[in-house]
Design a protein around this ligand. Structure first.
Ligand code: NAD
Length: 544
């Protein structure tokens, strides 16, 4: 292997979603995969040091839209398996961080190429069946976003490594970007297969070794990603796959002295708990762990009197209901000017009532089921709370049925109280709460929007009036880490809208961006003196 080269990755191009239109090749392929994967039960082991490990403690994955059907069984990690994984990560570290970085990155580039090609229908079908996505929602993330994460992260890492200090005639200065000392704990959520793949691979690309705990309801697709990592040449022990109960696995991993970082995406509540545990354990660690977490949201749409009624209606429907509102960025509170509301109310209600909800195998369904029983009960609880309240009225949807799958109709709640419970708390379901404000109170409403919820993830303002847009952008400076103008607040694309929020929404380290990759390296400054002095005395010490 020649080492005499200065290689650089060029800027990648975003992966383009496929159409899945009737008669298309991709539609046929994914339909076949849906049949194939739903006709068997995948047995999912732990993967530790490249070995398939069974703990004997087994969990099940059921289809959200047909909960009688088990599609996978998985082994859950306990204390013994966690210790094995820590040991495997330690053993793999030496060679992995010494591997030429471009060769490490090429492994993940290969994963991206396979996802774009022969593996695309498999990962999409698994995400549809296991996590309840329609084909388009699956393709834009399980395929496209994960491909983009892998391609762009290697490009950003290239930029980071390239950044070198000034040298002098007799001094050579270099910055070496070491991996962190210890292992990274990657903990991923159920709602994006792409995040499952990104949380362990981003630190791994930078030379770290990882313990990856996927969400139990996403373990099916996430295991297929893990297998793909291995097939594309990831050495044993670099990423160790340890599904299990978060509340059991979490504390056991967080007490390990070699914990060097946490790469988390999930709810704010869990993240706060993990941070607290890390705080309590701080004296145990060999290094201060880097803590990166992207968490919940209560994402808003503010519509000015000059906004277009059809554009607002579309932004609300797509932004609030796609993937059953189970995106951290999903619109879940809207502030609409009274005069605009008068023009759009009937159309919004009618469109919402007309949405088709059902199983993921029927491609004409716009929504499917929510992820599991706990999510269903929680969302239904909010709907019933609104139904009983004097301050709210359900103007569309509000119906649900869990006899076959966890189905909840897209629901619109109209409230007279801008601080109503469903305007403030993350529901994570197909529920949008709307507050109508008097046209002349636009500026006050922007302040209200800024102060209503603890989160700061995404939001959008819609208007034709430029001054109104500028005012909103200013007042809402800290209300959203991803802010949209005349658009829905969802669908961030890697390389275009780096994603993440602050306040209770996370550390805002922007997944799939240089900001995130920087957290997984620890720079070492190396100074080499070419002509070292031989006399300790400085000129100023000379007698006059
Ligand atoms: P969750 O917090 O319930 O679970 C996330 C992960 O944490 C899972 O793997 C879970 O098993 C694990 N976990 C649970 N308790 C733990 C503990 N004590 N220690 C360690 N790990 C533990 O979240 P979820 O339901 O999977 O996902 C939905 C949430 O994620 C929503 O709040 C959503 O807003 C958020 N989310 C945020 C982003 C973002 O980029 N900001 C993206 C996707 C999802």
């Amino acid at each position: 292997m020649s080492r005499n080269k200065v290689f650089e990755f060029t800027r990648p191009v975003n992966e383009v979603p496929l159409s899945y239109a009737p008669g298309s090749k991709e539609r046929e392929e994914v339909k076949q995969k849906l049949q194939e994967l739903s006709s068997r039960v995948e047995e999912i082991p732990l993967v530790i040091g490249g070995e398939k490990v069974e703990s004997g403690n087994v969990g099940e994955v059921r289809m959200p839209h047909n909960h009688g059907k088990v599609i996978a069984r998985y082994q859950k990690a306990g204390k013994k398996e966690i210790e094995m994984a820590v040991e495997a990560a330690r053993e793999a570290k030496h060679d992995w961080e010494r591997m030429p970085w471009d060769k490490r990155a090429i492994i993940f580039r290969k994963v991206a190429a396979k996802l774009s090609g022969p593996f695309r229908s498999t990962i999409n079908a698994a995400t549809m069946l296991g996590q309840g996505k329609d084909v388009y929602q699956a393709d834009i993330e399980a395929a496209c976003e994960l491909i983009d994460f892998l391609n762009f992260n290697s490009y950003y890492l290239n930029d980071i490594y390239k950044d070198q200090p000034e040298s002098l005639r007799t001094v050579i200065n270099q910055t070496e970007y070491r991996a962190l000392e210890g292992f990274i704990f990657a903990v991923s959520p159920f709602n994006f297969t792409a995040i499952g793949g990104n949380l362990p691979s981003a630190p791994a690309m930078a030379g770290n070794t990882v313990l990856w705990k996927p969400a139990s309801t996403a373990v099916f697709s996430n295991y297929l990603v893990m297998r793909l990592f291995e097939e594309c040449g990831l050495p044993p022990g670099v990423i160790n796959f340890i599904p299990g109960s978060g509340s059991e696995v979490g504390p056991l991993v967080l007490e390990q002295p070699e914990l060097a970082g946490v790469h988390f995406t999930g709810s704010s509540e869990v993240f706060r708990g993990m941070w607290e545990t890390i705080g309590k354990n701080i004296a145990k660690y060999k290094t201060y762990p880097r803590i990166v977490g992207e968490t919940g949201g209560k994402d808003f749409v503010v519509a000015h009197p000059t906004a277009d009624k059809d554009e607002v209606t579309t932004a609300l429907i797509r932004g609030s209901f796609e993937y059953q509102g189970q995106k951290c960025s999903a619109a879940s509170r809207a502030y609409i000017a009274e005069s605009l509301w008068a023009k759009m109310r009937d159309g919004l209600v009618e469109t919402t009532e007309g949405i088709k909800v059902g199983g993921v195998e029927d491609f004409s369904n716009y929504l499917s089921a929510v992820i599991d029983r706990a999510a269903y009960d929680k969302i239904v609880g909010y709907i019933e709370y609104a139904r009983k309240s004097d301050e709210a009225e359900i103007i569309a949807g509000g119906k649900y049925d869990d006899s076959v799958g966890y189905f909840i109709r897209p629901t619109l709640i109209l409230t007279t109280n801008p601080k109503f419970k469903t305007m403030e708390e993350e529901i994570f379901g197909p529920v949008l709460t709307i507050y109508i404000y008097p046209d002349e109170k636009y500026e006050e409403t922007l302040h209200l929007c800024n102060e209503t919820s603890e989160y700061g993830l995404t939001g959008s303002t819609m208007a034709k009036d430029r001054d109104a847009l500028n005012l909103a952008e200013d007042i809402l400076t800290h209300a959203a880490g991803n802010y949209y103008v005349n658009d829905k607040p969802t669908a961030a694309i890697v390389g275009q809208q780096p994603f993440g929020g602050s306040r209770a929404s996370g550390t805002n380290d922007k997944a799939g961006a240089m900001w995130n990759m920087i957290r997984w390296v620890s720079p070492r400054s190396i100074k080499e003196t070419l002509d070292p002095p031989k006399d300790y005395r400085y000129p100023h010490l000379e007698e006059e």
